[in-house]
Design a protein around this ligand. Structure first.
Ligand code: AMP
Ligand code: MG
Length: 415
């Protein structure tokens, strides 16, 4: 006897309560994008760490310029990364490039564009003429932006490129974050050959592998692609163990139905994954399997039914919300209601998530419009590829009429 079917809402609730948020971990700056910082960042040095030139030019004693003009003997040249060796005194100037430390004694920089040669390019004399000259110009004081020891970023902020750059400047090469989930994906089936391979009798291409990789990326998570495993207990156990050791979440497709080679639930159990539920009242996607491997973090494991549109729908309806709970940076569009533009005959005792096209309201303030696409069921990717939404038809045999409102799950098809 097969287990009774669980409703979509009950299945989601069971999944949500089975796993907590991921524990904070330290990740290199290159992996921090999109994560949430869980420690305040303190700078280890002043910013800027030295008084610095903001222009290419000449560092001088301001009082030396009369009406913005004067002639100087060049002491030395300091480019960014070097340090001055001599203080600047009256009558002298040091050539400084943007970012270089300004020598002691100098209190202004005159831009290189305001300098005229005296006696040829190799001369050690220069004439400066800057009608708008003011003491202090083109110099940034040490510690003007922050002082060593100051908090430069509070905890609980999401990390974007600017925050990563700030952390790098403040002395960090890794950050303690609520991490972005790492998701391992595995396609299972003896019939599968990789995309790009010629078909031989009985074989089909692995479309779920690339599908799951793309859906993980669309959620903003990082992906570990485990490729294809054969319908063989030992091969499955090996691939599952690899997934559990290399990721926070494991999503596999195929092998969770009632066929003779549907070996995934037993292989998962052998790898220490406890079943939470199996079989959900949803079409497509009824054979869905979900379990958890207990440990420091609970690791959720999804066994998605092998038909590609079942895999797609189950990912969208179940995997995405759980990834969000774990810290996925991209959030799913919310359910909306829309008006059917044509009659639709629904059959069956499961709610159907039917590929559809959602369009904006025809008039201001009017209802959104939705129409189903031509779709031949759970293996029809061509129908799915025309959809930008899934229309949800409640369970039962009945006619939905044009003009009736139904719930629609918009798909974020593109980045
Ligand atoms: P299963 O869930 O393993 O019983 O597979 C159900 C159906 O989905 C079968 O027709 C499989 O050939 C097909 N299928 C399983 N895995 C994949 C995959 N990775 N790519 C495309 N089709 C698949
Ligand atoms: Mg199979």
């Amino acid at each position: 006897m097969a287990a009774p079917l669980v409703s979509v809402a009950d299945a989601l609730a069971a999944m949500r309560s089975a796993v907590g948020p991921l524990a904070p971990r330290r990740v290199p700056l290159s992996e921090a994008l999109g994560a949430v910082l869980t420690e305040p960042l303190r700078a280890d040095a002043d910013s800027p760490p030295h008084r610095k030139a903001m222009m290419d030019g000449y560092a001088v004693v301001g009082a030396d310029l009369v009406d913005g003009e004067g002639e100087f003997t060049i002491l030395e040249e300091v480019t960014a990364g070097l340090t001055p060796t001599r203080p600047v005194k009256a009558g002298f100037a040091t050539r400084v490039m943007t970012g270089a430390p300004v020598p002691d004694g100098a209190n202004a920089v005159v831009m290189i564009e305001r300098a005229g040669e005296i006696g040829g390019a190799a001369s050690s004399r220069v004439r400066l003429r800057d009608p708008a000259f003011r003491p202090g110009q083109h110099i940034m004081q040490q510690g003007e932006v922050w002082r060593a020891g100051e908090t430069v970023l509070a905890e609980n902020v999401p990390i974007g490129p600017a925050q990563i750059a700030l952390a790098a400047e403040a002395g960090y090469d890794a950050l303690l974050v609520r991490p972005i989930p790492r998701v391992a994906v595995l396609a299972t089936g003896n019939e599968l050959v990789p995309p790009g391979t010629l078909l031989t009798p009985g074989k089909i291409r692995n479309s779920n592998g690339p599908l799951m990789v793309a859906m993980v990326r669309q959620a903003g998570c990082s992906v570990v692609d485990l490729g294809i495993a054969r319908d063989d207990a030992a091969a499955l156990r090996e691939a599952i163990a690899l997934g559990l050791s290399s990721a926070d979440v494991l999503v596999l497709s195929g092998g969770v139905s009632a066929g003779v080679l549907d070996l995934a639930p037993a292989a998962l159990a052998a790898c220490g994954v406890e079943q939470v539920l199996h079989r959900v009242r949803i079409k497509p996607g009824q054979p869905l399997w979900f379990g958890v491997r207990r440990g420091e973090n609970e690791q959720p494991v999804f066994g998605l039914p092998g038909n590609p549109v079942s895999t797609f729908v189950c990912f969208q309806v179940f995997v995405r919300p759980l990834l969000e709970q774990l810290g996925a940076p991209r959030t799913l569009p919310k359910l909306v209601s829309a008006e059917l533009t044509a009659d639709f005959r629904h059959k069956g005792d499961r709610p159907t998530y039917f590929p559809a096209v959602l369009e904006p309201a025809k008039s201001n303030g009017g209802p959104r419009q939705v129409r189903t696409v031509s779709w031949r069921g759970s293996s029809d990717l061509r129908g799915l590829a025309q959809a930008n939404a899934l229309a949800v038809f409640s369970a039962g045999d009945r006619q939905f009429s044009a003009g009736e409102e139904v719930e629609v799950l918009p798909l974020d098809r593109f980045y």
